[in-house]
Design a protein around this ligand. Structure first.
Ligand code: ADP
Ligand code: MG
Ligand code: ZN
Length: 734
């Protein structure tokens, strides 16, 4: 019995897989992909991060005659792969600006002789005429384009050099192309095919579902503390924390370090050897946590990352998915937690201000999707896979592998409003996206509405008693549940599907899931703090009450308002962390050593007694310490005030606003350090006005500025009130 050619190729590939890489089986589509490129077909591979894309071109390159060209965006990434291949005994080289003349000559020689199987190049090196000339003399097998989403402006990682790739490849001759990406939105895919002119390609798409990852979004409150708690609960495990700015990366790494967590920073602004050292330390497990900007992670293959935390919201869901994809590559535990606040989105929008119109529109659209993901009450897996064009049944998100499945959200009757929403899409000719449809439903007048005469439609204003958030929820859930189709390539224009029209003809009961409302949760939190209520709080209620009682007693003895001694949030924290030594107590927010010495003793005694009585293990590990580098500014402020430097001058010396300076000073005071700012106050507030404010604080039940502002009938500016509060606290509390 003779073997077919396909069978020969297949067994040869398999043998090489084992021989070179030591793997005994292909994963997913790998083999089909390899056959496609080996048959000389253009090939397009979409696989999630960690699925094994590199092998899809490495192995075919090894078994082919000549050299395969691999185009890859990052020099570090190339080096990594070349090193790995060399270690497997494969001749792979890279061609980029880091090579000197003689290295360059050696590379060229080995390519021309056919010894080199894979030549990695950055797109910009390929534009050089001399390189093209030399490659024209070489025998080339095919061209692989890794991270191919860099070609699309719609991706999260657009690189203008990638736009010219097709033109360059054409100069190399008629070679088959294999493009690979982990970015899956239909628009990006279409862009890649179009730009590379490989619309005829065989397309291999794997499911993006990562079954072992747990997704969770939390409101961004008390993040630092939540972080410490989380990491200490995952002691000794590897994790990545993503932040948007370099500054935040450094601050946070330092903060974690101070809290006895082995954390290191990573961002493009660090010296390259520091960066490499930190990366290695993480890979070798000398460091548990890497705090990084998105510069970290591409091509990094650490299989046992157990958590990925987004300290700031990412700019797009593609980015989010790629970054979270770095957790649990080995198929075991992987926790993905994002801290979300609308403020972060607003900040990101500001960054986009200076971009060109289309780019700005894209960026805005990506952020809207990001926000919707964070706020959704639906299964997060369903939501995100839908975004990538995959249909997913949330019943499979077992056992509660996202926060919304673990704690199902309340549902509401949506049948009638779903009908309105579908009609709105139909009546506006299916040419608009979610935000316009919601404007039409609410009856909001704007330029679009006016120019398309949508105010003349029956549906205009039909849902005006509900707000934009509500209509967004309805419209989005219709999309995720297949009543709508969103054209991502077209700013998310909504088309009504067959399911949608069928529903309109024969409606049935629809119950949709309520969104999260993080901002409202936040306000709720603040309100709770103000009235000192303990509804659903994590602190020890009984202890809190005891502490409050003690504070009241001492306040009375000393003839001081209670908040001067300790503020409520400080007491709450004591009732959470049970400090039993002066050092521990000094770590509490709003308490410093100064205050501990002045007021701490009876409180420490109370807590110690309570802890023994109730056999509570004091969780010293939840004590959150503040990073030292943060205190640099504090020290500076204290010194300058000591020298009686004008506050305005301090602001300009440190390029901070008066508001920031006041905040810093308030912090200093609440932590128990005296600040004598009479020299400044006397200069700007008349004496009798000073007295009025002072008397007010002496008798007040709270030191909230808002309350003071009202009670004093708005006769003083906020700045005056805050300055006087600092004076008052310094004299009384410290
Ligand atoms: P991607 O580029 O898709 O993110 P990589 O190519 O970096 O993924 O591969 C991820 C990991 O999977 C690597 O450690 C690789 O060695 C491993 N891998 C790839 N294919 C196989 C296979 N067939 N069997 C076992 N491990 C594999
Ligand atoms: Mg890869
Ligand atoms: Zn789920």
């Amino acid at each position: 019995m003779s073997e077919t050619l396909a069978e020969v190729v297949s067994s040869h590939l398999k043998a090489k897989l084992k021989e070179v890489f030591g793997f005994s089986a292909f994963r997913g589509n790998q083999e089909a992909v390899m056959n496609s490129i080996l048959e000389g077909k253009n090939t397009f591979v979409i696989m999630p991060t960690g699925a094994g894309k590199s092998l899809c071109y490495q192995l075919p390159a090894i078994v082919s005659d000549g050299t395969a060209i691999v185009i890859s965006p990052l020099i570090a990434l190339m080096k990594n792969q070349v090193d790995q291949l060399n270690a497997f005994g494969i001749n792979a080289q890279f061609l980029n600006s880091t090579l000197n003349k003689s290295e360059m000559n050696r590379v060229k020689k080995e390519v021309l002789s056919g010894e080199c199987k894979l030549l990695y190049v950055a797109p910009e090196s390929l534009t050089k005429d001399e390189n093209i000339l030399f490659l024209n003399n070489a025998k080339l097998s095919f061209v692989a384009i890794d991270e191919a989403h860099c070609i699309s402006e719609w991706g999260h990682d657009f690189r203008p050099e990638y736009r010219r790739i097709k033109y360059i490849i054409d100069q190399l001759g008629n070679l088959p192309i294999i493009a690979l990406t982990a970015t899956a939105t239909p628009k990006v895919q279409e862009d890649i095919l179009k730009n590379l002119e490989i619309e005829d390609a065989n397309i291999y798409r794997s499911s993006f579902n990562r079954k072992n990852l747990y997704y969770e979004v939390k409101p961004k409150v008390n993040v630092n503390k939540a972080l410490i708690k989380f990491i200490k609960n995952h002691k000794g495990k590897s994790g990545i924390i993503y932040c948007l700015s370099r500054k935040k990366v450094e601050e946070l790494a330092e903060f974690l370090r101070v809290n006895d967590i082995k954390a290191l920073p990573y961002h493009a602004g660090l010296d390259s050897h520091v960066r490499e050292n930190n990366q290695d330390a993480f890979l070798n497990e000398q460091a548990d946590v890497i705090v990084a900007t998105i510069a970290f992670g591409m091509g990094i293959d650490k299989p046992d990352v157990r958590f990925v935390i987004h300290y700031d919201a990412p700019k797009s869901l593609e980015g989010y998915y790629q970054e979270t994809g770095r957790a649990g590559r080995d198929g075991l535990e992987g926790n993905c937690v994002m801290f979300f606040s609308e403020n972060d989105i607003i900040k990101l929008e500001k960054f986009n201000k200076d971009k060109a119109v289309t780019e700005r529109e894209n960026a805005k659209y990506l952020l809207e999707e990001m926000t919707a993901f964070a706020e959704t009450g639906l299964c997060r897996r369903k939501f995100i896979l839908n975004y990538f064009g995959e249909v997913y049944d949330e019943a499979e998100c077992k056992p509660g592998m996202c926060d919304n499945c673990r704690h199902p959200r309340e549902r509401f009757e949506a049948t009638e409003d779903a009908k309105f929403a579908i009609r709105a899409a139909l009546d506006t000719d299916q040419r608009f996206g979610i935000s316009h449809l919601s404007d039409v439903l609410m009856g909001v007048m704007n330029d679009y509405v006016e120019s398309y005469h949508h105010d003349k439609l029956d549906i205009f204003g039909a849902g005006k008693e509900k707000d934009a958030k509500y209509w967004n929820t309805i419209l989005r859930q219709l999309a995720v549940n297949g009543f709508f189709e969103k054209e991502i390539e077209n700013y998310g224009v909504i088309k009504v599907t067959e399911k949608g029209t069928a529903f309109l003809e024969n409606p049935y009961e629809l119950r949709f899931v309520k969104d999260h409302d993080f901002e409202a949760d936040l306000l709720e939190d603040e309100k709770d703090d103000q009235v000192g209520s303990a509804g659903g709080k994590s602190y020890d209620d009984a202890l809190f009450e005891l502490l409050k009682g003690l504070r009241k007693k001492i306040a009375k003895e000393r003839n001081l308002p209670p908040y001067v001694i300790f503020q409520d949030p400080s007491l709450e924290e004591m009732a959470t962390t049970y400090p039993t030594s002066p050092e521990e107590m000094a770590q509490i927010n709003g308490v410093g050593m100064g205050k501990v010495q002045k007021f701490g003793k009876p409180f420490l005694e109370l807590i110690t007694h309570y802890v023994t009585e109730n056999e509570i293990e004091t969780a010293a590990d939840v004590v959150v310490k503040t990073a030292v580098n943060k205190s640099k500014l504090k020290i500076f402020v204290i010194q300058q005030i000591d020298r009686k430097v004008d506050l305005d001058d301090i602001c300009s010396q440190k390029s901070i606003s008066m508001d920031e300076l006041l905040q810093e000073m308030e912090h200093i005071c609440y932590s128990g350090t005296k600040l004598n700012i009479d020299y400044y106050i006397d200069h700007i507030i008349e004496e009798d006005r000073q007295q009025q404010i002072y008397d007010y604080f002496l008798g007040a039940l709270t030191d909230h500025i808002g309350t003071a502002f009202k009670e004093l009938e708005e006769e003083f500016t906020e700045e005056e009130l805050r300055l006087m509060r600092i004076k008052f606290l310094s004299e009384y509390a410290n």
